[in-house]
Design a binder for this molecule. Structure first.
Ligand code: 13P
Ligand code: SF4
Length: 303
């Protein structure tokens, strides 16, 4: 406990007192990750929320992550430390968009990326994360798939599942979309020995240079297990920081000048402390939405 600062110690005290489970995404500040029970990518976060035994679950991440935890564990109290930490990509698609796509392509199943609202999940057939998208698309008993909202992850899946026809919605993550092929080529020129691990939320021109294309947790596993001593990371900056701390014997480089998700950074230690102290902000969802969304999320977690 002696390495924790005062706020972190208070958080750990409140966590024990209230028997809360704290799940943090890898993009929130490291000092917040350090007090969590588990640090996860989106898939692991959903799985852990579904299995949680604690009555109180705190999701250190953006809103759709809190909503997913509530949908998977509807009888638990789920808290989000920052009310305005949203995901701009999730906001790019509405249930009406999905219903319009369904009308246009009536034979297609709707697969929605977990980075979407509960209302969008409620009108989708199955949900996926970046680590489960390929597996789920291959298994889906349908020759046509409408994929929402991420055009980049959708293109990556479509390319790797050529036996199916894909209809893509044009959403994107502003943080990952900002990285260009020129940024990657410049980073490769600067570090010619480095291998490149990239998130599929980046554009096709960036992803095509990846030695590994995978979710946040897959990128971390690759960095830990590769024999290469220099690794170029094509995802959010906190991953670069985490790997530098975890693997001091390797050289870890980021791509581009600022690869930051501003929403994840709203989940500060202070926000987490106040969240536990005041038991705010509770995630609440309309019952019908929650039940409908649960079907597509349950399928994802059990896939
Ligand atoms: P992961 O599934 O890799 O955790 O990605 C979540 C996310 O929001 C990436 O931008
Ligand atoms: Fe959303 Fe992008 Fe932030 Fe992930 S990194 S939460 S997709 S805005």
């Amino acid at each position: 406990m002696e390495n924790f600062n005062e706020l972190q110690r208070e958080i750990l005290r409140l966590k024990g007192e209230k028997n809360a489970l704290i799940l943090a995404h890898y993009y929130v500040p490291l000092e917040v990750q350090d007090v969590a029970d588990a640090v996860c990518d989106s898939f692991a976060m959903a799985q852990k929320a579904a299995k949680a035994e604690n009555d109180l679950i705190v999701i250190c991440g953006v809103r759709f992550m809190g909503e997913s935890a509530k949908i998977l564990s509807p009888d638990k109290t789920v808290l989000l430390p920052s009310l305005d930490a949203g995901c701009p990509m999730a906001d790019m698609v509405t249930p009406e968009d999905v219903l319009a796509l369904r009308r246009e392509h009536p034979k297609a199943a709707v697969m929605c990326y977990v980075n979407s609202s509960a209302a969008v999940k409620a009108v989708s057939d199955v949900c996926c994360t970046s680590s489960s998208a390929l597996r789920i698309a291959k298994k889906l008993d349908c020759d046509e798939i409408i994929f929402v909202p991420d055009v980049h992850l959708g293109s990556f899946v479509a390319k790797n599942v050529p036996e199916k026809k894909f209809w893509l919605h044009p959403g994107f993550c502003p943080t990952h979309h900002k990285i260009t092929e020129a940024d990657v080529l410049a980073a490769k020129r600067a570090h010619p020995e480095a291998v490149f691990a990239v998130h599929p939320e980046c554009g096709e021109d960036v992803v095509k240079h990846g030695d590994l294309v995978g979710s946040t947790a897959e990128i971390l596993d690759f960095a830990r297990s590769t024999e290469a001593h220099e690794i170029l990371i094509g995802t959010e900056g906190e991953i670069v920081e985490r790997l530098r701390r975890e693997l001091p014997e390797k050289k870890i480089y980021g791509v581009g000048s600022s690869f930051v998700c501003p929403n994840m950074k709203k989940v500060t230690l202070r926000a987490l402390y106040e969240c536990l102290r005041d038991e705010k902000y509770k995630v609440e969802l309309p019952d019908n939405e929650l039940k409908a969304a649960k079907k597509s999320l349950d399928q994802m977690v059990n896939s």
